[in-house]
Design a protein around this ligand. Sequence first.
Ligand code: FES
Length: 218
Amino acid sequence: MVSPFEVLDVDEDDDDETVERAYRERVKRAHPDQGGSVEEFQLVRQAYRELSDRDGNGTGSDDAEHLADVDLTEDADAHTPASTRVEFLDYEAVVDYGWSLDDDELFRKASHADLDSDSHGHLLVHPDESLLEAAERSGFAWPFSCRGGACANCAVYLADGKLSQPTNHIMPDDLAERGFRLSCNGYPLTDELSVVFNVKQRPELDDLILPPGPFTRR
Ligand code: FES
């Protein structure tokens, strides 16, 4: 099994500053948006977390909180945050209330509606989690099927913030430009996100949906 020192290409006696510098370089190359894979990206982040905590007194966790500002694109807002606070809204509520996805007041309207906690609320995405994984860890049953970028069952609408979009996915560019993303392989690039989940019932996603199978929850 590869050690975290090997993953980040540092020595055991390297100081925290050297480790952090190595991490910042390594995580850029490993990011799914930059040609890496989700597995590699998670491995690098896990290695950094382990080395940040290696003294066992918890001080490394604070360092980990500060490592987030790794620029991955030309966009100054995009980085790999330590964690991301997500406000979510179920598309079924959007339909029920006759709201529109591109309404700037959508989430304000949702917060004033009497929606249950599965339909509207907040969750936290940890550094090594996709948006879907974070929703599941938080106890929510968001829709999915393949978990690998090959369908749109897990699609969300990104109302605010940035979510990575790996290169090997099925979402057409025009829909991505309109804000549609895949939650199964989307990793937050901003400290906060606002997403509408369960948008797979949108007509423009019809051709991308896989038929219900054993892994589709809703
Ligand atoms: S579940 Fe199929 S692309 Fe996400």
